[in-house]
Design a protein around this ligand. Structure first.
Ligand code: 3PY
Ligand code: MG
Length: 261
């Protein structure tokens, strides 16, 4: 009998496979302090949902409930921290994130700072206190460190250092922020996809990841764009956010209602 369910099977394992270089993980961003919305997008079957503490509207007290909702929805919970700060990174990991995403990384030194914040001594600077992470992973340091450290390249300076960043030990992947990259290249926020200078920078970062044998990811805005990036070799691909999905669905519905009237 055909399923009448509106959801697909959930696949947090798609995230782990993508990090292991064996598939492509598709996800979206969570910007709202709304656990029901986070759970709803997670239950749709996205491989990961990224809670965005850099630009999202949820305060730090909302982080754990959002991660719990993502867990309930069966997706991999990823957290973009506001800055390359060991305090934010440690808190995201202690709260139960499977991966942290560190924005605006421009050098191997900055990448190393992010990696060290994810690891306990002697390999890093993380302080022990896995408050919620221990419920998911136990108290052992090895299991607690079994999370991913992803850094973002989203400036011209970062692109110039892509090979050094990708070769930094402990960096599991690089995500490209196409909008910040476009602004950094002097192109403005609205014109990035397809612009030759932008595309050249994107391809340079992708090639650096491939040379270093780490995962490349990118944010997109349409399913076609996401499929195109997957064909190019990106393995962590996000599109939009739950807020954008709500806004565009509402706009299209209203447009349809008005034009049908
Ligand atoms: C950007 O496009 O700058 C982003 O950070 C998207 O993730
Ligand atoms: Mg950005």
């Amino acid at each position: 009998m055909a399923s009448t369910s509106t959801t697909s099977p959930t696949s947090a394992s798609g995230w782990a496979q993508a990090l292991a270089g064996q598939g492509t993980a598709f996800g979206t961003f969570a910007l709202l302090p709304c656990t029901a919305a986070a759970e709803a997008v997670a239950a749709t079957g996205f491989d990961f949902v990224l809670v965005d503490q850099q630009h999202g509207l949820a305060g730090s007290d909302a982080l754990v409930p959002l991660l719990q909702a993502l867990h309930a929805g069966g997706t991999a919970p990823v957290v973009r921290v506001p800055a390359n700060d060991p305090a934010w990174i440690g808190k995201a990991l202690d709260s139960g994130a499977d991966a942290v995403v560190v924005p605006m990384v421009e050098s191997a030194q900055e990448a190393e700072r992010a990696v060290r914040a994810c690891r306990y001594p002697p390999h890093g600077t993380r302080s022990y206190g896995p408050t919620r992470a221990a419920l998911l992973r136990g108290w052992g340091i090895r299991r607690l460190e079994d999370t991913a450290c992803l850094v973002m390249i989203e400036t011209a300076a970062g692109v110039a250092q892509a090979d050094a960043i990708a070769a930094t030990k402990g960096v599991d992947g690089i995500l490209i922020g196409p909008t910040d990259l476009a602004i950094s290249l002097g192109l403005g926020p609205g014109v990035s996809p397809g612009h030759p200078a932008h595309e050249q920078a994107v391809q340079h970062v992708l090639a650096a990841c491939q040379r270093a044998g780490i995962t490349a990811g990118i944010q997109t805005s349409t399913a076609a764009d996401a499929a195109h990036r997957a064909e190019q070799g990106f393995r962590i691909i996000s599109a939009r956010s739950e807020l954008a999905l709500l806004r565009f669905a509402a706009r299209d519905l209203l447009h349809g209602m008005r034009s049908g009237a």
